[in-house]
Design a protein around this ligand. Structure first.
Ligand SMILES: Cc1cc2nc3c(=O)[nH]c(=O)nc-3n(C[C@H](O)[C@H](O)[C@H](O)COP(=O)(O)OP(=O)(O)OC[C@H]3O[C@@H](n4cnc5c(N)ncnc54)[C@H](O)[C@@H]3O)c2cc1C
Length: 320
């Protein structure tokens, strides 16, 4: 069987992992490094790779998480008080040797020092504590959770990676809120030296800024809400300013755009490889309502072809 294994598709399975280190990155971020022998078989690939963290219910263990090919249906069928929690996160870094994986968790909902209690902003974004952020806020070396990911390497988007701009894209705009920071960090660190673009990131606090080594032609702009600005407002203003610089033509040149339902289970659209032969490529991720508005800004207001814009609702205010 070993010979045929590489020809098969990866399957998603649960890797039981242990916290090796916890590093506070800023008021709203904690980096948790996980380790386990089994991580040597983790299927890393791509730069914005999503995985799921698996958290046992209080007083329960990861043994509640079903294994085998039918795990998803079995997991759904579990009673709520037993069913382990699944939440989506980004692989910030994977090191096969010494079998480590980093995830940067946003400490929302009063779990961080810089919690944004602001409400009444149209999105709410009041940030009620959720199980994943709450777990991350008190994680200690030796704590155990599960990571659900592919069991062998793959390529491209198929294994939970969305960053795949067309070869023709020479002008990049990446925009996101704090939940997109780990994905954006991994993306910009791997851009070719010739890359050009503007990255706009909105975070809760000034000290949530991170320093990355990026190509000379790429500028990273941080916007801190500081508990005063509504979620997404500074990001939208920042992206509009970036578009004025990179794509100065077309504000007001209305383009037909189907409405998208931010309450649909997933707000997600990633163009196919090379679907857009243009020089521009946009990548947007964060709170779904804000991402919908950003997409409208790029496509409807600035006339950027929708095939050149990937948009991903990473979370939805008020919903788990
Ligand atoms: C592809 C993908 C990659 C992601 N990568 C990361 C990552 O690397 N790091 C990361 O921190 N998050 C990431 N997220 C977002 C993360 O999945 C959500 O924030 C998730 O809801 C957190 O789970 P929770 O258990 O803490 O809160 P939940 O139980 O899901 O939600 C509880 C409440 O908190 C609100 N809420 C959830 N997230 C936030 C937030 N960030 N700020 C304010 N309010 C919030 C919800 O609207 C809800 O009202 C990613 C999401 C996707 C889809």
């Amino acid at each position: 069987m070993a010979g045929t294994r590489t020809a098969e598709k990866p399957v998603y399975r649960m890797f039981p992992v242990e916290v090796a280190r916890v590093q506070r990155l800023g008021p709203s971020f904690v980096r948790i490094t996980f380790t386990a022998e089994c991580l040597r078989g983790f299927g890393a690939g791509g730069v914005d790779q999503r995985i799921k963290v698996v958290l046992a219910q209080p007083g329960r263990t990861l043994a509640d998480f079903p294994s085998g090919p039918g795990w998803y249906q079995e997991w759904l069928a579990l009673p709520e008080e037993i069913r382990p929690v699944l939440r989506t996160y980004t692989v910030r870094a994977y090191r096969p040797e010494p079998a480590e994986l980093d995830i940067d968790f946003v400490l929302h909902g009063g779990n961080g020092h810089g919690g944004n209690g602001h409400s009444g902003n149209g999105n709410g974004a009041t940030g009620h504590a959720g199980p994943a952020a709450t777990w991350a806020a008190s994680a200690r070396p030796g704590d155990e959770i599960g990571v659900l990911g592919p069991d062998r390497p793959g390529t491209g988007r198929m294994w939970g990676c969305e960053w795949a701009p067309p070869a023709s894209a020479s002008h990049l705009v990446l925009a996101g809120d704090e939940t997109a920071v780990p994905a954006v960090a991994s993306i910009v660190e791997t851009l070719p030296p010739c890359a050009r673009g503007i990255v706009c990131l909105e975070v809760p606090e000034e000290h949530d800024r991170q320093d990355w080594i990026v190509p000379d032609g790429v500028e990273v702009r941080w916007f801190a809400r500081r508990a005063t600005a509504p979620h997404g407002q500074l990001l939208e203003e920042g992206v509009a300013a970036a578009l004025d610089e990179l794509h100065p033509r077309s504000r007001g040149g209305a383009v037909e755009l189907d409405d998208v339902d931010v309450d649909a289970p997933i707000l997600w659209d990633v163009p196919e490889d090379d679907a857009s032969p243009g020089r521009f490529y946009g990548w947007l991720a964060g709170e779904a309502t804000v991402i919908k508005r950003l997409r409208q800004l790029l496509v409807r207001d600035y006339g950027i072809p929708k095939q050149a814009v990937a948009f991903m609702g990473y979370w939805r205010d008020g919903r788990s």
